[in-house]
Design a protein around this ligand. Structure first.
Ligand SMILES: [Zn+2]
Length: 115
């Protein structure tokens, strides 16, 4: 439970906001805005997501990562939040974290778009 230790309606509210951004992007109404919210680690949507990741990590003792949606171009080899290298070298070896990119420090993962 993410709100006051008794409720999680705040997390459900975030989920609704994410779905709204997803619809904006895929339905082409506010496409750029929806994309920025889901792709930029510094967007309000992403910042809240990372706060929930932190809360859930604290409560469970397990790491929680936030997926940054990528569509228009490939990700750079450095984490968009901290600037450290984030290409997932273990991707081919271990399927534990199956994403193309992972930053353990920022708790972010991403994939390159499939064109
Ligand atoms: Zn990072």
């Amino acid at each position: 439970k993410t709100y006051d230790g008794t409720e999680y309606f705040d997390l459900l509210g975030w989920q609704k906001a994410y779905r709204a951004c997803d619809r904006q992007f895929f339905e082409g109404i506010g496409e750029r805005h929806g994309y920025k919210m889901m792709h930029d680690p510094n967007s309000l949507l992403s910042k809240e997501a990372l706060q929930y990741c932190s809360i859930m990590e604290e409560k469970t003792g397990k790491p929680f990562y936030y997926f940054l949606f990528t569509y228009y171009k490939k990700n750079k080899p450095v984490c968009p939040k901290c600037g450290e290298p984030w290409v997932n070298q273990k991707h081919a070896i271990s399927r534990k974290i199956r994403y193309d990119f992972v930053c353990h420090q920022c708790r972010l993962v991403a994939d390159d778009p499939n064109f």
